[in-house]
Design a binder for this molecule. Sequence first.
Ligand SMILES: C[S@@+](CC[C@H](N)C(=O)[O-])C[C@H]1O[C@@H](n2cnc3c(N)ncnc32)[C@H](O)[C@@H]1O
Length: 277
Amino acid sequence: MTLSPSAGERDPIHPLPSRERAGRGGSRFQVPQLYDQIGAGYNAHRRPDLRIGAAILDALGPACSVVNVGAGAGSYEPADRAVVAVEPSTAMIRQRPSGRAPVVQASATALPFRDGAFDAALAVLTVHHWPDRAQGLVELRRVARDRVVILTWDPESTGFWLVEDYFPALAMDRAIFPPLEELRRILGPIEAHPLPIPHDCVDGFLGAYWRRPHAYLDPGVRGAISTFSKIGEVEAGVARLRQDLEDGTWARRHGHLSTRSALDLGYRLIVAMSPSP
Ligand SMILES: C[S@@+](CC[C@H](N)C(=O)[O-])C[C@H]1O[C@@H](n2cnc3c(N)ncnc32)[C@H](O)[C@@H]1O
C-alpha cells in the first residue's frame, strides 16, 4: 500500500500533509532516481539474509514503531512491529510484496513525519545514496524517539580483494559512505557493531560473495550492486578475474578464505540512542 502524503493528518505515524512537506523540500524525491534505472531486477539477487535480519531486529530492541527509510523492496522490515516504509524510487516500490508495510514515496532528506513520530528509524544500506547525507541523518534523528539504527559500511575499513585486485574503481565507495565520525557528529554517541558477512549470504550486496568469486562474473549479480553501475567499464576486471579463477591465481591468493564461515568486510550496524529528555 502506498500512503498518500495527505493521509492521516492527525496521526503521528502517517505522513504530514503536502503543504507541510513542501517547506522541508518534500518534493525532492521527484528528481530522477538511480534505482529507477538499476532497481528493476533487485529482488532476484537482493533477498533479506536471515542472519543479518536477526542482527537488525536485535539492534531495534523494544521499538514498537519503526520507519524504514530507503526501504527499497522491504527487506529487513520486522513483521511484528508497526512499520512505515519511505522510498523515493517507483521501481523499488513496485517490487514490494503485497502485505508489506505501507510506503510513502519520499526522500530521507525531507521525511514527512512529525518529530519523534516513531520509536526507531531504520536505514539499511541506503545512507550512501542520499543527495544530502547530513540532512538525511538529521531527519532520522528528528523522527526517532528512542533510537536510530543504520546498516552501513565503514569507509575506513581495510580493503576487499574484489576491489583491490580487479575493480579499483569500486573504491569510490570510500567517498560516498559516511565515516563513523560523521555519524557521531550528527547522531551523538553511537555503538558500531561489526557485522561479519556469512559466506553464503543471500543478500547480494558488494561484499556478499567474498567466498564465491565466480558470482562476480555474472552480469546479473553485478547489476544488483549499485557501485558497479556507476563505474562504467568493467570488462577488463571481469576478464582478469575469470583468468585468475581458471589458472589458480585467485585460489593461491585467497584460497585461505575457504576455511572462514563469515568475514568482517567493514559492514557496521550502528545504534544511536536518543538523548534522554
Ligand atoms: C541498496 S538499496 C537498499 C534497499 C533496502 N534498504 C534493502 O536493504 O534492501 C538503496 C535504497 O536507497 C534508496 N534511496 C536512494 N536515494 C534515497 C533518498 N534520497 N532517500 C531515501 N532512500 C533513497 C534507493 O532508491 C534504494 O531503494
